[in-house]
Write a protein that binds this ligand. Structure first.
Ligand code: 5GP
Length: 189
């Protein structure tokens, strides 16, 4: 008890973050809980409130923002959708003796690291832009417009990946999760 940390996983949309995160939660060598972010975007088919995200109206989100409830929050994709990590979510994970896993974007990660310098930042790298584009098309959830926007954001995020403590190319889920578990084992001592 007492050495619970924040672990951030970032990487472009389509790199395989959600799969890595769900396997990491099963196999983590330290007790770990996933922070559920708040967002103002519409749920996708199959997404469940309080499980995938806390889906908030614009007004509710801004009220909480004005109230200082977020550890970090930002408008992603320049389309008016807000995403944010609630301080209360992180605090309740830590008070349960758990490390808290955040799946957030690069700017959010940098904002958290500034406030909590012992945060562990992990960037999942797609290998190549071609691989990423294929994965986005295969998952069949985004319009062409959205795919192009995500690719543009991805180029930008990959450009900032050198700010991360660990960059892992997501070749196979199993290898990636093993590498993250090794990092956590080392840090947990
Ligand atoms: P999606 O809409 O595909 O679920 O997520 C879009 C992007 O928002 C992803 O890059 C994801 O990492 C980011 N994101 C999700 N939750 C948060 C959050 O709480 N804070 C920040 N800064 N980004 C987030």
């Amino acid at each position: 008890m007492g050495n619970e940390r924040i672990v951030i996983i970032s990487g472009p949309s389509g790199v395989g973050k959600s799969t890595v995160v769900s396997q990491l939660l099963d196999r983590s060598p330290v007790p770990m809980v996933l922070s559920i972010s708040a967002t103002t975007r519409e749920p996708r088919v199959g997404e469940i409130d309080f499980q995938n995200y806390i889906f908030l109206s614009d007004d509710d989100f801004q009220l909480r923002r004005d109230n200082g409830d977020f550890l970090e929050c930002k408008e992603v994709f320049g389309r008016g959708y807000w995403y944010g990590t609630l301080k209360s979510t992180v605090e309740s994970g830590h008070s349960d003796g758990k490390w808290v896993l955040l799946e957030i974007d690069v700017e959010g990660a940098i904002a958290v690291k500034q406030q909590k310098p012992d945060t562990i930042m992990i960037f999942l790298h797609p290998g190549s832009m071609g691989t990423l584009e294929q994965r986005l098309r295969d998952r069949n959830t985004d319009s062409e417009d959205s795919i192009q926007r995500r690719l543009e954001v991805a180029r930008n995020e990959i450009g900032k990946s050198n700010l991360y403590d660990h960059i892992i190319e997501n070749k196979t889920i199993n290898d990636t999760v093993n590498q993250i578990c090794d990092v956590l084992k080392r840090l947990a001592g």
